[in-house]
Design a protein around this ligand. Sequence first.
Ligand code: NAD
Length: 377
Amino acid sequence: MARKVITIALNGVTGRMGYRQHLVRSLLAIRDQGGVLLPDGSVVYPEPVLVGRDERRLRDIAARHGLARWSTSLDEVLSDPDLDVYFDSQVTSVREASLEKAIAAGKHIYTEKPVAGSLDGAVRLAAAARDAGITHGVVQDKLFLPGMIKLRRLIDSGFFVLAVRLEFGYWVFEGDLIAAQRPSWNYREQDGGGIVLDMFPHWQYLLEDLFGPIAALYARRATHLPRRWDESGQPYEVTADDAAYAVLEFASGAFASVNSSWVVRVNRRELVELQVDGTHGSAVAGLRHCAVQQRVSTPMPVWNPDLPDPIDYLAQWTDVPDNQAFENGFKAQWELFLAAAAQGVPFRWDLADGARGVQLAELALQASAEGGLRWAR
Ligand SMILES: NC(=O)c1ccc[n+]([C@@H]2O[C@H](COP(=O)([O-])OP(=O)(O)OC[C@H]3O[C@@H](n4cnc5c(N)ncnc54)[C@H](O)[C@@H]3O)[C@@H](O)[C@H]2O)c1
């Protein structure tokens, strides 16, 4: 069987996403399974080149996983004619400049979201990638969540139409009594932080994939906690939004209320939940689960604060069975991207799609600054 090695620069590989999701759970797992099978029967096999700022950490990761190549010089790596793909999971604030360099060097591009810090930047990148004739793609992992795949199954069966409620979030520890579970740059606007820039790109592709184009939005962002403590235990001022409250209107006429917060204690089954109410029934989908209540099995609530409510509402939902094996979404998307890049064909979720995600985030930020309302299209 013919085997083609595809060499990939992984920039930001010492970070949470770069190391765990992209290197270990995706590319190393693909190497362990022998590569990705292409339609012509050949196999594409990824060869990572670790890129970052800290030589010791890169060397450690390379040694831990038996990898041969690492570098602290992006320019040097990009000048290698044998390098095929540039992947970026650095902090958001430095992404655009690195992607620009990689596109200019003629490499295929795959990147974490948001693709840039502004819509202008994102559109520039998408145009440059198109002109360069490369294969380019953006991570859209939430499409691959088992709960969302089950929800899509229900929507495709004609189940829903009316309204959506999205609740996302959890308590991110302040960092004083106990270390925070997310990096501190997320809470500093000057470092590319903020929940709107982080999560609205996800909401754009997920919600438009499920419910069609977004026509308008109302959004407000908030900074609820003004002070946090960083990785070295030093207090810092929070300059980015740690929560956002939005209402979206879809071209279909459906509405979604979308709450995103790092300052909320979880009282839900999962860290993200999407309730969809429709004529034939309702569903609540999360990372893994999707529970439904059919029209015919909907209980009839009667408002009466004088008596205990006899209905156990939560007991009247039924879990949609798995009925299929769910692949790790990051790995599944890498496999699709490697196949596209190896064949030199367009990838299904490209930098123009990435720009749409940044657009929704930017519209939400503008709306918030101007008092709320904004038309998205
Ligand atoms: N798809 C998803 O579900 C998802 C989830 C979380 C984060 N992300 C995105 O992934 C990216 C990384 O997030 P993370 O949580 O892994 O962050 P992280 O802080 O854990 O990792 C960031 C990486 O960038 C490097 N870095 C930091 N500052 C830098 C600088 N000034 N110049 C160059 N490199 C620098 C770090 O060394 C590290 O390798 C962000 O853009 C974030 O929006 C995506």
